[in-house]
Design a protein around this ligand. Structure first.
Ligand code: G3P
Length: 220
């Protein structure tokens, strides 16, 4: 299962990339609006730091402008994936970008029907927003289950990128269902890493080792 980081924070990206646990990045206009600095500098910097796919979102809403913006974003680096919203103009842009050999990620997906259409249009990734579905009183993970099953039944090559993840249990559920990727805000990746028994266990090992050192006048 691949783990992407859902952030435009250079500091967070560097921190987790150094651990070797980040396969790619997703950004969106909201995430970029939270950072200081010029948006284009931020995007270029992320593309430089990360070896894997970096998803940069278009803000145009008409097909031709989306394609133009996508072609411009792609110039930031080979690893750029153009994120396009799930609209009829967006699907047409996906088709055109695909013809230009540019990979796309269709975002703002809230149903398995939308995911199916995005896959048919040629999206490399589809991004269902499960947390926002949960917030609206609809089981987000059911949509993941349906999409994974439909893509499997018909051999669609689009990868299911689980977005709007709210807690570590979402990650386990997505993994059990066979979703290809989860994209996580940095705090959730941090929560996945920590366990109080790990901290307690390490503290005990270290204090026991202090006793060994004292008893044997051992310095290591
Ligand atoms: O990348 C988009 C998605 O993950 C947004 O999540 O928390 O704004 O619903 P959220």
């Amino acid at each position: 299962m691949k783990i992407f980081l859902d952030t435009a924070s250079i500091e967070s990206i560097k921190k987790f990339v150094d651990m070797g646990i980040v396969d790619g990045i997703t950004t969106n206009p909201t995430l970029i609006s939270r950072e200081k600095g010029h948006p284009e500098d931020i995007m270029r910097e992320i593309v430089k730091i990360v070896k894997g796919p970096v998803n940069l979102e278009v803000v145009a809403t008409k097909t031709e402008e989306m394609v133009e913006e996508g072609l411009r974003l792609k110039k930031f680096g080979e690893n750029v994936i153009v994120k396009v919203p799930m609209t009829s103009d967006g699907l047409k842009a996906v088709r055109k970008l695909d013809e230009n050999k540019i990979k796309t990620n269709v975002t703002l997906i809230f149903s398995s029907n939308q995911a199916l259409l995005a896959a048919k249009a040629g999206a490399s990734y589809v991004s269902p927003f499960i947390g926002r579905l949960d917030d609206a009183g609809q089981e987000g993970m059911t949509v993941i289950k349906e999409i994974v099953q439909i893509f499997g039944n018909y051999g669609y090559s689009s990868e299911v990128l689980v977005a709007s993840v709210r807690h570590p249990i979402h990650v386990i559920e997505a993994g059990k269902l066979g979703a290809h990727i989860v994209t996580l805000p940095p705090d959730i990746l941090g929560k996945m890493m920590n366990h109080p028994l790990t901290d307690k266990g390490l503290a005990l090992f270290l204090s026991d080792w202090e006793k060994v050192k004292k008893e044997h006048k051992y310095t290591i």
